[in-house]
Design a protein around this ligand. Structure first.
Ligand code: COS
Length: 381
């Protein structure tokens, strides 16, 4: 058992920390206010190798372990959760094409995703298929050498900005997960357009948009994996995505904790720093303790995925625990700052608004508990 980072891991973490301080922290609150998606920052992240984090080097990726990727996401999220989430979704798409794509598909897309020429997005949810993802209704009908897509996708992170969409669609009227396949759809394909942009409480610089498919013809060569495998591709991609979200939550929580600690040392009331009051000390102690526990659980889940042990339960534990902790920590950080925490002079209100969605997306924390319970108990009825 090893709790220290090695030299290389420390170097990667420090590089990303510096990048975040210079390129992200100074702008994050403006991006939030203006709902501005900083595509130029993604190009800079590409030069650091962050746009193909877990994909093999032969495709221009960095071949980082999941554990090191978790360090990267944590550091970026300390500056801006929205940017870290957009990056996570992009990497999930790049990783899925590298993993499930055939040679031609890898050749065609993976390198371009890794270098930042293409940005990826992941489209599973629909208006009536959220937690029950297997009930999705978007249709992909086979017609000779192509499929015709009809339907609508919702809650698509990077929607509109991304160039490449992993779209789960029903290829067979069979109900449930068996009849779902996965397609790579390029922006600009005839019959594919963007719908409503969501107006969100937080994560405002990360676009969330509806996708609309109307008689959209997709060549057979753009189906990822076999027909009927789409649900498994989606869920196994989400195993990694959920660990990333756990790491991101740790980063946001850490940032909130640091603001609260520094404020508690400076702010004086009743003739002493508020950090001298045990009520505030205990809040800070709880924050630090829970962040540390969440971080360790994220690393453990990442380690399990790296070593191909059955990681789904751990991914769900890490996502659920870390995001619940981050919600609690950011809320308490606002509380420590009092009125100052509620206004935009400090970033903690943004952290709190942003992190709420982490308890909801990539599977609600209730769904994570379902996954954990099923792993522990089987499909008990
Ligand atoms: N990796 C690979 N395969 C998986 C998997 C995973 N993590 N989880 C489930 N599967 C497989 C199962 O093994 C099963 O395969 P078989 O039919 O061969 O046995 C198939 O997928 C269906 O699994 P299951 O019966 O568990 O599906 P359910 O419909 O009961 O749904 C939940 C399972 C609820 C866990 C799933 O729908 C879910 O995660 N929902 C949340 C969706 C989500 O995260 N949306 C966010 C999108 S991004 S905003």
């Amino acid at each position: 058992m090893q709790f220290d980072l090695d030299e290389e891991q420390r170097a990667i973490r420090d590089t990303v920390r510096r990048f975040t301080e210079q390129e992200i922290v100074p702008h994050a609150s403006t991006w939030d206010e203006q709902e501005y998606f900083p595509r130029e920052v993604y190009l800079k992240m590409a030069t650091l190798g962050l746009l193909g984090m877990t994909i093999p080097e032969i495709y221009g990726g960095s071949a980082l372990s999941r554990t090191v990727a978790a360090l990267v996401y944590e550091e970026l999220a300390r500056g801006d959760m929205a940017t870290a989430v957009g990056l996570s979704v992009h990497n999930m798409v790049a990783g899925s094409i590298a993993r499930f794509g055939n040679a031609e598909q890898r050749e065609r897309w993976v390198q371009r995703l890794a270098c930042g020429e293409l940005l990826g997005a992941f489209a599973l949810s629909e208006a009536s298929a959220g937690s029950d993802a297997a009930s999705l209704q978007c249709r992909a009908e086979r017609r000779g050498d192509h499929y015709v897509l009809n339907g609508t996708k919702m809650w698509v992170t990077n929607g509109g900005e991304a160039d490449l969409y992993l779209v789960m669609a029903r290829t067979s009227p069979v109900r449930g997960s068996q009849g779902i396949s996965c397609f790579v759809v390029e922006k600009g394909t005839s019959g594919f357009r963007f719908g409503k942009i969501e107006r969100k409480m937080g994560l405002r610089s990360s676009p969330t948009r509806e996708l609309i498919f109307e008689q959209c013809a997709i060549p057979l060569g753009q189906r990822l994996g076999e027909e009927g495998q789409g649900f498994k591709i989606a869920l196994s991609s989400l195993d990694g995505g959920r660990i990333n979200i756990g790491a991101i939550a740790v980063g946001v929580a850490q940032a909130a904790f640091e603001v609260a600690r520094s404020y508690a040392c400076q702010r004086t009331q009743f003739g002493q720093p508020i950090g001298a009051f045990q009520a505030v000390q205990f809040m800070l102690a709880d924050m630090a303790m829970k962040i540390e526990a969440a971080r360790l659980l994220v690393y453990e889940a990442a380690y399990k995925l790296d070593h191909e042990q059955n990681a789904s339960m751990y991914a769900s534990m890490a996502k659920c625990f870390a995001t619940d902790v981050a919600m609690e920590v950011t809320t308490n950080a606002v509380q420590v700052l009092g009125g100052a925490g509620y206004v935009r002079d400090y970033p903690v209100e943004r952290y709190m608004r942003d992190v709420k969605v982490a308890q909801i997306f990539e599977g609600t924390n209730q769904i994570q508990r379902v996954v954990i319970a099923r792993a522990l108990l089987g499909n008990i009825r």
